[in-house]
Design a protein around this ligand. Structure first.
Ligand SMILES: Cc1cc2nc3c(=O)[nH]c(=O)nc-3n(C[C@H](O)[C@H](O)[C@H](O)COP(=O)(O)OP(=O)(O)OC[C@H]3O[C@@H](n4cnc5c(N)ncnc54)[C@H](O)[C@@H]3O)c2cc1C
Length: 295
């Protein structure tokens, strides 16, 4: 939803009409395209470049790890414009699948999330009409504000996975017997379940707070970052504990919890790593920005 909301909030009337109803009907989807082989956490180092040519931009560069790559109909590409350096040169261009010079790499093979399309994108002199400019250079902060909506979605995924793992572990603990009793009779197992429930509830409250703010406009950066960072760590912890409750069967691919653990690991990297989020939160706590290039 993140890149669709960028269009919804900041796009032209023509862009909104072309994209938003189609997405709502499930006919179109928009991928967010930030990451490059040499620019992940250090996003402002990106080198994908758009150069003006009459009423078009000529786009060149490469993106990687793009969720929905090859599958989505549209791509919100974070690109540098001309020679403008740093974040001031970055804006967002909407690129359509099928444009000449726009091609996809092979499907990424991940540890988890195996049903999710993801690949590299290659832009080789792609002529993108100027009407597809959504965020001009100089307005990079608009891209980042709306990216917090994407972060709320990421955090919600963590609630879903962890909630599933909790329910699986609870059912198993009531059914599996050891020493003549269901394992839920043992206090060590009970405490594991209680810890899972507490962390899941805490994450849920943080995510609901952030999403409530998002429903009234844009989410608070502080609330969205905290919800994502906490939920990202929580889901790894909860799925790991669920596997432990399953004993040897937790490690078997015949049961769902090992898949949940593999899926869980993705979310603390996708949408900005937990470490980068914590650097941002620290900046908000201390009321100053910690420039990672000046240390
Ligand atoms: C499942 C999945 C889906 C994704 N989907 C998308 C997508 O749809 N669109 C998109 O654009 N990208 C996507 N990504 C890419 C993702 O956003 C990047 O992988 C992420 O931002 C990290 O960048 P990187 O991999 O280059 O790691 P790096 O930036 O190289 O970081 C490596 C490690 O160093 C740490 N690190 C880096 N700098 C600092 C610092 N200053 N202080 C402390 N620690 C630091 C990081 O936290 C990390 O642990 C996806 C990734 C995954 C795994």
């Amino acid at each position: 939803m993140g890149p669709v909301r960028v269009i919804d909030i900041f796009g032209t009337k023509e862009q909104k009409e072309a994209i938003v109803p189609g997405v709502c009907r499930g006919e179109l989807s928009v991928s967010v395209c930030m990451t490059e082989p040499e620019a992940g956490s250090d996003l402002t180092a990106l080198t994908t470049n758009a150069v003006e040519d009459g009423d078009h931009y000529i786009l060149n560069g490469r993106k990687c790890f793009i969720t929905g790559g090859g599958h989505a109909s549209h791509y919100m590409v974070y690109t540098r414009f001309g020679n403008i350096k740093g974040y001031k040169g970055i804006g967002g261009l909407l690129v359509e699948k099928g444009m000449q010079g726009f091609s996809f790499g092979k499907q990424e093979k991940f540890m988890g999330l195996r049903g999710m399309p993801s690949c590299d994108l290659n832009f080789d002199n792609v002529r993108v009409p100027k009407k597809n400019l959504v965020i001009p250079p100089g307005e990079f902060n608009k891209l980042m504000w709306t990216f917090d909506i994407e972060r709320c979605g990421n955090a919600a995924m963590c609630l879903g996975i962890a909630g599933g793992a909790f329910e699986e572990a609870k059912a198993y603990a009531m059914e599996r017997k050891a020493f003549g009793s269901p394992i839920c009779e043992f206090q060590a197992v009970q405490f594991m379940m209680v810890d899972m429930a507490s962390k899941l509830d805490a994450a849920r409250l943080l995510v609901y707070r952030a999403v409530n703010g998002a429903g009234q406009g844009l989410p608070s950066i502080y609330e969205a970052s905290m919800a994502k960072a906490y939920a990202n760590e929580m889901v790894v912890d909860v799925t790991n504990t669920a596997m432990q409750i399953f004993g040897g069967y937790g490690y078997s691919t015949e049961f769902p919890v090992e898949r949940m653990f593999r899926d869980a690991k993705a979310w603390g990297v996708a949408g900005g790593t937990v470490q980068m989020l914590k650097i941002g939160i620290a900046g908000m706590i201390f009321g100053r920005r910690f420039d990672q290039r000046k240390r």
